[in-house]
Ligand binder design. Structure first.
Ligand code: DI6
Ligand code: FE
Length: 408
């Protein structure tokens, strides 16, 4: 009887194990998979013959590279409609904030999402997830935040869960009830935050629909105090914290996320050095979203130097959403992170593997190639992993393996 269900061989490995040097690279490496789990990783010449001698199936990498399956740790990919009209308005000079304050922006997607059937939302979201998978994604986080009422927020989260059941991808869900103030609560901010804390969060937690809670800390959204209430309510129900922090202005969001013990602070264009220091001390991961920076024509970049100097882990995500980042490509997110934010290609790949896993509390399960972890892999027709963020507009992904199964 074979002891190996799948042997991935014939190329090189970017294991992303920090201890193995740049990219955790292993030349002429193999990955042996058993029962959906990585059984062995290392150079082929020292692979234990009893493990790799008689595999049920061989996946030949053909001289390319194998990486951990990519992890997109920040998306809003369940939504109705699109906002190409606002794209035109912004190109004609209107700002993202002006459009939001005039009742467009997030609220226009809320109208379209409430009006859409669950089938429509599921179908459009599946197309987006399939596109991510085709570029090597094996785990994706999906936020609610376009319902802004109890029923639609929970509906969005159940659609996200359904995506994980229907497609070969692990879905982590995040309740983002505090994304914008819905029109029904105009003039009653506290009332809406109450609804998020007292109804949405307890129900999402009780029904197993959310893994984490997030809030948008911004002038056009919620104050630091309001966000703190939301994250504390989430924690009281066992949900990890995330925060959209300092995207358009410095609200000390990064420091707030750190103080609240959030797993991540996301965006960070306006974060100060003290914010970066606080994140380092708390172990809060920075999630960089260069798609939104690019698409909104922002000019102030996140404080990469300070994040590096203080030792803050940096993840990269698409932020896939209809308003600020209609980006359906993890490879382009990595490329933009290098070109616009100055990350190295190795930091970019770490940002969509090892660092992204820790944002989702999955370190130890995914994000690196190591024995004992889930066998989520991507195979690339490249001669070095630095090519992943280098090419623009081509997809060198040749195979994706999810929990040991080669996707056809
Ligand atoms: N920041 C963003 O970039 C997205 N949400 C957020 O809090 C934008 C969402 C949208 O414009 O629809
Ligand atoms: Fe976002």
């Amino acid at each position: 009887m074979s002891t190996c269900d799948l042997l991935v061989r014939g190329g090189h490995l970017a294991t992303m194990q920090a201890a193995l040097g740049p990219y955790g690279a292993v030349q002429d490496g193999v990955v042996a998979v058993r029962d959906g789990t990585i059984a062995w990783v290392g150079p082929e010449e020292v692979a234990p013959p009893e493990l790799v001698g008689d595999p049920d199936r061989v996946l030949d990498v053909d001289g390319g590279w194998v990486t951990p399956g990519l992890i997109d740790a920040h998306t809003h990919l369940v939504f109705g409609g699109d906002r190409a009209d606002e794209f035109e308005q912004r190109l004609a000079g209107a700002s993202y904030e002006e459009i939001a304050r005039a009742g467009g922006g997030i609220l226009s997607t809320v109208r379209a999402t409430r009006a859409a059937t669950s089938e429509e939302l599921f179908d459009t979201a599946s197309q987006r997830v399939r596109a991510l998978i085709s570029e090597g994604v094996t785990t994706v986080e999906v936020k609610s935040g376009y319902g802004l009422d109890v029923e639609t927020e929970l509906r969005m989260l159940s659609i996200a869960r359904r995506l994980g059941d229907a497609l070969p991808v692990t879905v982590s869900t995040t309740l983002l009830g505090a994304h914008a103030l819905p029109p029904e609560f105009e003039g009653d901010r506290a009332g809406y935050v109450d609804l998020v804390c007292r109804e949405m969060i307890p129900r999402a937690a009780r029904e197993g629909l959310a893994d984490a809670v997030d809030a948008f800390c911004e002038g056009i959204a919620f104050t630091p105090d309001e966000c703190a209430r939301v994250l504390r309510a989430g924690a009281a129900h066992g949900l990890a914290g995330r925060l959209h922090a300092d995207q358009l202005s410095d609200r000390s969001g990064a420091a707030l996320a750190a103080r609240l013990g959030a797993r991540s602070a996301d965006h960070l264009e306006h974060t100060s050095d003290e914010g970066a220091r606080a994140m380092a001390a708390a172990g809060t991961v920075a999630v960089l979203l260069p798609g939104a920076f690019h698409f909104l024509g922002e000019t102030r970049t996140p404080p990469i130097g300070a994040l590096r100097a203080h030792g803050v882990a940096m993840a990269i995500a698409t932020d896939l959403n209809p308003g600020s980042s209609p980006l359906v490509s993890p490879l382009l997110a990595m490329s933009l992170a290098c070109v616009l934010f100055g990350l190295t290609p190795e930091e970019a790949l770490c940002g969509m593997t090892r660092a992204a896993a820790s944002v989702l509390g999955m370190e130890g399960r995914r994000g690196v190639l190591r024995a004992g972890l889930e066998a989520d892999l991507a195979v690339w027709a490249v001669s070095h992993p630095r090519e992943l963020p280098y090419w623009m507009g081509v997809n060198p992904c040749r195979s994706v393996v999810k929990a040991g199964a080669v996707l056809e």
